[in-house]
Write a protein of this length. Sequence first.
Length: 105
Amino acid sequence: MSDDSVPKPNFGLMQWRETTISLQPNPLPIVYFDGVPTFSHLNGIIGITLTATAHIPNGDGGADMCASTVAFLKCNIPAANNLISALQGALLLASPVDNPQGKAN
């Protein structure tokens, strides 16, 4: 039996195009990657392999670099274009501003 008198936590709302959606209360995975060694296209689906690198002790007092696949990103073409736009926007934010007298971003 559910108790409707117990208030549910409010995690906020987000505008998604013309719709307002509630934010997910559970943590979502974060994917870190160093490289994109392969990509593909098949029947309108874009595929991208994401990898991360690490240094592993080799037993000779040194370390060998190795890579591991962390995710296979699959999306349709409109989603790929949205990802490109988001990455370009983030890179623009990270760009240095050649205006030493002006305000910082």
